[in-house]
Design a protein around this ligand. Structure first.
Ligand code: SAM
Length: 260
């Protein structure tokens, strides 16, 4: 039950939280609390970030775009950041927004936009997307906020791929997957992507799909596993939600974690 607004206190700009600390609100948060929600002195909010966990705090004062809260007590301890990284080809504006929002809700720890041959949008507004990730984290009750990197060509992303991590590539046509290690995600026992581990990646292509050369490039990398998300051709944003759910299910089963 959501009983008070949750606000992300960016650790880069905030000293560590502790009992009785006074925290300066950002102009955006002060406006939201004071003008939109009409809250005032004495009302309670929750402040969170991955470093400090989550804390209840009481509003001391709010005036237009300025305000302070006083930290009262910790309600959740800090947690290690876990989850997959998502590689995606930037889409039209609304679809990219959806990818960031759904990806944050589904536990993505970092977004890595990739430029492919058929990517139709080569620029992303990093600050706007970071704001969407913050709002989604506030709403879905996670403690950390995933970062959104600048776009990089696919070949450079692959060259920088970290050792020991797997990359699951969503490939919609059987011919793209044929002859390599591949997974019929969701068709295996128990559902989910078998073997998905914390820090592994999911790559979803642009609306136009991957070119034949890109498929060959991907299949030549030993850390790549091509996966099917089922018999239907999904829109890229739908494929992101589907692939992340299946990765999460596989990871939770492998680690014996609960469903939170
Ligand atoms: N234009 C492509 C075609 O007709 O073959 C379809 C591309 S699809 C709209 C966009 C991306 O979503 C694909 O590059 C792939 O990564 C992913 N995708 C969609 N459906 C999928 C499926 N059934 N299995 C795996 N990946 C899928």
């Amino acid at each position: 039950m959501k009983d008070c607004p949750r606000l992300f206190a960016a650790p880069a700009t905030q000293p560590p939280m502790h009992d009785d600390a006074v925290v300066e609100l950002t102009p955006g948060h002060a406006h939201y609390l004071g003008t939109v929600l009409r809250m005032g002195a004495g009302d309670e909010v929750a402040l969170f970030n991955a470093r400090d966990g989550e804390w209840r705090a009481g509003i001391e004062a709010i005036r237009r775009d300025r305000g302070q809260v006083r930290v009262r007590r910790q309600t959740r301890p800090a947690e290690p950041v876990v989850g997959p990284v998502l590689l995606f080809a930037p889409l039209k504006r609304d679809a990219t927004d959806l990818v960031i929002r759904m990806g944050t809700e589904l536990g993505v720890r970092r977004f890595l936009p990739v430029l492919t041959e058929r990517t139709n949008t080569h620029r992303v507004n990093g600050a706007r997307l970071a704001g969407i990730a913050v709002e989604a984290a506030e709403q879905c009750e996670r403690l950390d906020v995933p970062e959104v990197d600048d776009p990089l060509p696919l070949v450079d992303r692959l060259a920088a791929w970290p050792k020991g991590r797997r990359l699951f590539v969503a490939a919609e046509r059987p011919a793209q997957r044929d002859g390599t290690a591949e997974i019929e995600a969701g068709c295996n026992e128990g559902g989910g992507i078998d073997g998905a581990c914390d820090g592994d990646g999911l790559l979803v292509g642009p609306e136009g799909g991957f070119s034949a050369a890109e498929v060959a490039l991907l299949r030549s990398r030993p850390f790549v596993t091509m996966i099917s998300l089922g018999p239907r051709i999904l829109r890229a944003d739908t494929a992101v939600a589907c692939g992340l759910s299946l990765m999460g299910a596989g990871f939770r089963r492998a680690s014996g974690a609960g469903s939170r």
